[in-house]
Design a protein. Structure first.
Length: 347
């Protein structure tokens, strides 16, 4: 595993490429300029709500009403994760050191191994939806293509038959999976700052569990943990599922040029300001993949430029509603599991 200091795919080499011409249009519109005021307000609001949620938890104390705080904090953990994402992409700070420190603090606030996640996300951006190169479509629990289904063994084969129905229930485990993956990555010697990563991760777990079992009786503390972590997982999965799931999956030497590799494997989600907040700007997934360091408040303006340019090139540009995006993702999962269903029927 190779670590990276910023989550950015390499730029295309050909200066006269389709992407290079689009990049000039975007730069000329001033859309790559940083937005320090926007991020100062966003970080302040999210940090204030995060601290406010934990303060309310402590003040409410021994009562089942704290489960409402658990749901609120699940949303706040998701918002912190979205901020960590923007920081890692160098959208917020110009200097690497500031980005790294802020990203690690954000990761520590939600129990995420920041360096592990950064490496994983970098590889995803470089080769989105590539079956061999994108870790987000590796067949860990689910299969994402019929080729993966034919080769599936163990849990992916067991679950593949009904995976479309299991997808959202499985998202309740995503928060726990995030924590476990961060801990497991500490065994990888290629992580440069394993000691710091471990201190931040286990420090989070210690403070989190101490707060729960200090303030609440054991049964209520376990209920709080379950509600909080399960809803956090569902929120995270609901943010990322519309972006690529159900889009074309590349294999082998399938590597279109940079622009087509990013556009054809990504899906935008239409909506207004509320969608922008809930999805953290990742509803403009096409623009984000083309320009990962573009500040999220500029993505909406960039969309009209990118969409028009894709129309000129004859490159398919997909945008759907949020519910339609989930429907497409689930339909794709159902199709991917077809070989498993057929083999069981034949047996």
């Amino acid at each position: 595993m190779t670590t990276h200091t910023a989550v950015r795919p390499p730029p295309p080499r050909a200066s006269g490429s389709d992407f290079a011409r689009l990049s000039k249009k975007i730069a000329a519109a001033g859309l790559m300029a940083r937005r320090p005021g926007y991020y100062a307000v966003r970080i302040t609001v999210v940090a204030g709500l995060y601290l406010g949620g934990w303060t309310a938890f402590a003040l409410l104390g021994d009562t089942w009403w704290t489960l409402g705080i658990a749901a609120f904090l699940a949303l706040l953990f998701g918002q912190v994760a979205l901020l960590a994402h923007d920081v890692a992409h160098r959208q917020v700070f110009r200097r690497r050191r500031a980005s790294e420190v802020t990203g690690r603090i954000a990761g520590a606030c939600i129990g995420m191994g920041y360096e592990w996640w950064q490496d994983k996300h970098t590889r995803h951006h470089a080769n989105p939806n590539h079956a061999e190169l994108d870790p987000d479509v590796a067949p860990h629990l689910l299969v994402w293509s019929q080729d993966q289904a034919r080769a599936a063994k163990g849990l992916p084969r067991l679950m593949g038959r009904a995976q479309a129905f299991l997808f959202f229930p499985l998202l309740t485990l995503e928060g726990f999976s995030l924590h476990v993956a961060g801990v497991r990555a500490l065994a990888n010697r290629s992580i440069k700052n394993r000691a710091l990563e471990g201190v931040l991760l286990f420090g989070h777990f210690a403070v989190y569990l101490t707060a729960l079992f200090w303030v609440l009786p054991p049964g209520m503390a376990i209920a709080f943990l379950a509600v909080h972590q399960c809803l956090f997982g569902v929120y995270l999965g609901s943010i990322f599922a519309p972006n690529h799931k159900g889009m074309p999956i590349l294999t082998g030497k399938d590597r279109p040029d940079f622009l087509r590799r990013q556009v054809l494997t990504s899906r935008n989600v239409r909506g207004g300001w509320f969608t922008d907040i809930v999805l953290g700007g990742l509803n403009y997934q096409i623009e984000h993949h083309l320009f990962p360091s573009m500040p999220s408040p500029h993505l909406r303006r960039a969309q009209s430029v990118v969409r028009r340019y894709c129309e000129e090139l004859g490159v398919d540009y997909l945008e759907t509603g949020l519910i339609a995006s989930y429907r497409q993702a689930l339909a794709s999962l159902h199709r991917a599991g077809a070989p498993i269903r057929r083999s069981r029927a034949a047996a």
